[in-house]
Design a binder for this molecule. Structure first.
Ligand code: AHM
Ligand code: MG
Length: 348
């Protein structure tokens, strides 16, 4: 497997190529760029720094546990979920760069108030993915997806969000782990930046991340085995009984935070699966949300040389039909995802 963290990257980390410098360099390479996208990412970064700050002190500042509310997904809202959601909405609404937003925590499109300037982009986000891990001090993250607004429609219109994944202009995540990281793509490869707390800046640490064709990890919640159909069971059995390219068995890893499981597999090579759950009336299409989880990670994984499907078709080719649409997800190294999809289609 190609190493992502080369000595050159270590040097750029030490010498400090900041995310802003990186974005400005990318802007220079694109004559049509107006600077709006750079400003949009910069605003997201400030929101993420605020969230990272709260996550880091959560155990000390009465930020663990639930608020007592239930969100649109029928899940308990945690105090940090609420903080992350409010931080993003508050900052991004004022940026002047967005036309509308959609959050995993909000039932409807979040409009930009009348007294605030509007922009050309729309943003969908999962403010705190994997938040069930918060109280255990495990990794969590913020996932985001950016589209250009649909010109012929009003800002608050749902049409701005009911789009194909391949129309995204950028996507990424902030991971609040042993370090805070930003990993993003704007269609020119996948780049990772690590927050240096001593200077308060995201510095380039993982340039042009690429995935091997096959991985060595499979990630799935096997406690649900009895609810899967036979083809899904065959897929998981395949990874349990096959050897990877080094002739060794695949290893199982499952944190239970998509963003953290995805990040590990992106760096080390592997496949993450959240299949449909035919017997659970709440999860006939799996658990993960198309717009704020599956599509942005699918954009990233394809840019890194991997693949993502719902077991039948490419995630980026799915047009959302509702804001909180859920999809089964098979995402990771290309050959692994193709194998899983082939088994699910029974085309062996
Ligand atoms: P969340 O966005 O509300 O945190 O829910 C999604 C999370 C994913 O991060 C994670 O992969 C999955 O739910 C875990 O679900 P399960 O506990 O069913 O394995
Ligand atoms: Mg999530």
């Amino acid at each position: 497997m190609k190493k992502n963290n080369s000595s050159t990257d270590n040097q750029s980390y030490r010498l400090g190529i900041t995310i802003t410098e990186h974005l400005l360099l990318c802007e220079d390479e694109c004559p049509a760029a107006t600077g709006q996208f750079t400003r949009l990412l910069s605003e997201l970064i400030i929101s993420a720094k605020l969230i990272s700050r709260e996550v880091n002190k959560a155990g000390l500042a009465d930020l663990l546990g639930a608020t007592g509310d239930i969100n649109v997904q029928g899940e308990k809202v945690l105090k940090l979920d609420e903080f992350a959601n409010q931080a993003l909405i508050w900052r991004m609404q004022r940026s002047g760069l967005l036309c509308a937003m959609a959050s995993e925590e909000n039932a409807d499109v979040i409009e930009i108030p009348d007294n605030m300037p509007k922009g050309n982009y729309v943003l969908a986000f999962d403010p705190l993915d994997g938040s069930a891990n918060v109280d255990a001090n495990a990794s969590i993250g913020t996932i985001f997806s950016i589209h250009r607004r649909v010109e012929r429609t009003g800002c608050g219109s749902l049409d701005n969000f009911l789009r194909y994944g391949y129309e995204q202009v950028a996507a990424g995540y902030f991971l609040y782990g042993s370090s805070t990281m930003l990993v993003y793509t704007a269609g020119n490869g996948v780049h990772g930046f690590t927050l240096d707390p001593s200077v308060g800046e995201f510095l380039l640490s993982h340039r042009n991340i690429t995935m091997p064709d096959r991985g060595k990890i499979y990630s799935v919640n096997e406690a649900y085995t009895e609810y899967w159909d036979n083809r899904t069971k065959t897929v998981v059995d395949y990874f349990k009984s096959s050897k990877n390219d080094r002739g060794k068995p695949y290893t199982a890893r499952y944190i239970g935070a998509l963003v953290a499981d995805f990040h590990r597999n992106l760096l080390f090579g592997g496949i993450y699966m959240y299949p449909a759950d035919r017997q659970d009336p709440h999860k006939p299409h799996g658990k993960l949300r198309l717009l704020c989880e599956a599509a942005p990670l699918a954009f990233l994984v394809e840019q890194a040389g991997g693949a993502a499907t719902d077991g039948r078709q490419r995630i980026l080719d799915i047009k959302a039909s509702e804001l909180h649409e859920r999809v089964p997800l098979f995402i990771g190294c290309k050959a692994d995802v193709e194998k899983a999809t082939e088994i699910l289609q029974d085309k062996q």
